[in-house]
Ligand binder design. Structure first.
Ligand code: NAD
Ligand code: GLY
Length: 359
């Protein structure tokens, strides 16, 4: 088992990564406030992993409430969030109950938001089951639901007590989801970790073949990058925004196409290629750099062209981005491969040109 720490003073917490950690409830018990826990999952992950997980917790003497949500990004909304509160209140879960999110980023983001608000805040634990959630969404305390006008628009910063990432559950993940997770792995290399990007390029075939050592290495190196950024800038006053490379374009695709049509990682991949193209227009990347960005996404089986929404619609959707300040759009772009910056320097004509060239 590999262990990292997210250093946030008295809210610091460990990330434990390893094959089979889900079957070891002893790893969870020290992080609980009382014997009461509520495990929240969805109707895809539940049939695969819920029963043995709950049995393990009950064998440790815990009182377990189970809540099963409908699957999918289209359900990352108020009515589904309310199902969590219905379950908690229905079973009289008190404010010492620890919520456990068993699932991908959608479950993790919603359970985190529920934990932040249920009885003004209860502890929660992330048990991420997709590659994307193991390398990104389970770490750092961003929690949210979507609004029809924009992705992740309603939420809170609220840190978990523990992240437990079992790499063996990635064996049941559909290929398309595995590839979507690779988009966030590649992102760390591009924004701040050139040696990691080199490693990903050399090991992409092993990652796609689900080589357990390669996946564990990718999860650990991704989480290390994320933990460092979060420790430096928990509430995204600056550096943390670089984790959103490609996301402004990507969120426009997800919202514009209808949540769930494009996977988050797919939209991010196309968005990163657009951000690289725009960085070239600013004179920051060379043609060869842009080709390098495009090629690694293509080799990972990810889209390298955006959805054909039309530039006007992209720009309208991008105006809702959370990085918009005082009406000015700020984008995360690449000063060079391995160094991302947040900038409002891109001219509207260039943004439009990149959208048109990349879609
Ligand atoms: P997801 O949660 O929808 O999971 C993808 C699919 O895989 C779902 O159908 C899910 O039920 C299924 N699944 C999960 N684990 C499985 C397993 N082990 N075997 C088989 N099937 C499994 O999607 P995701 O890619 O994990 O997360 C995307 C979400 O994460 C988006 O809503 C995005 O906004 C959010 N996100 C949040 C952050 C953050 O910092 N909070 C960062 C990145 C992304
Ligand atoms: N995934 C972006 C962040 O956590 O800040």
């Amino acid at each position: 088992m590999r262990t990292l720490n997210v250093e946030l003073d008295n809210r610091s917490y460990p990330i434990r990564i390893g094959a089979g950690v889900l079957s070891d409830p002893g790893l969870i018990v020290p992080y609980l406030k009382t014997r009461r826990v509520a495990v929240v999952t969805n109707d895809v992950v539940g049939p695969l992993y819920l029963a043995p997980f709950v049995a393990g917790l009950e064998a440790k003497g815990l009182l377990v409430t189970q809540i099963v949500l409908p699957d999918g990004e289209a359900h990352k909304d108020w009515p589904t969030l309310n199902l969590i509160f219905d379950g908690l209140l229905g079973e009289r879960c008190d404010r010492s109950t620890t919520l456990i999110a068993l699932g991908g980023g959608v479950v993790g983001d919603m359970v985190g938001f529920a934990a932040a608000t249920y009885q003004r805040g209860v502890p929660f634990i992330q048990v991420p089951t997709t590659l994307l959630s193991q390398v990104d969404s389970s770490v750092g305390g961003k929690t949210a639901i979507n609004h029809p006008l924009g992705k992740n628009m309603i939420g809170a910063f609220y840190q978990p007590k523990l992240v437990l990432a079992d790499t063996s559950v990635l064996n049941t993940l559909p290929d398309r989801e595995l590839k979507a997770g690779l988009a966030e792995v590649i992102k760390y290399g591009l924004i701040r970790d050139l040696p990691f990007l080199d490693w990903i390029e050399a090991n992409i075939a092993r990652l796609l073949a689900r080589d357990p050592d390669a996946l564990a290495e990718a999860v650990e190196r991704s989480c290390r990058n994320k933990a460092e950024v979060v420790a430096a800038d928990e509430t995204e006053q600056g550096e943390r925004a670089t984790l959103n490379l490609g996301h402004t374009f990507g969120h426009a695709i997800e919202t514009g196409m209808g949540y769930g049509q494009w996977l988050h990682g797919e939209a991010v991949a196309a968005g990163v290629v657009m951000a690289a193209d725009l960085s070239r227009r600013l004179g920051w990347l060379s043609d060869a750099d842009v080709e390098r960005v495009r090629a690694i996404h293509e080799r990972a089986g990810l889209p390298v062209k955006g959805a054909p929404l039309g530039a006007d619609r992209y720009l309208e959707l991008m105006a809702h981005d959370k990085k918009v300040t005082d009406g000015t759009l700020r984008l995360v772009l690449l000063r060079q491969i391995g160094r991302a910056v947040i900038t409002s320097e891109a001219a509207s004509a260039d943004i439009r040109a990149s959208i048109e060239a990349c879609c």
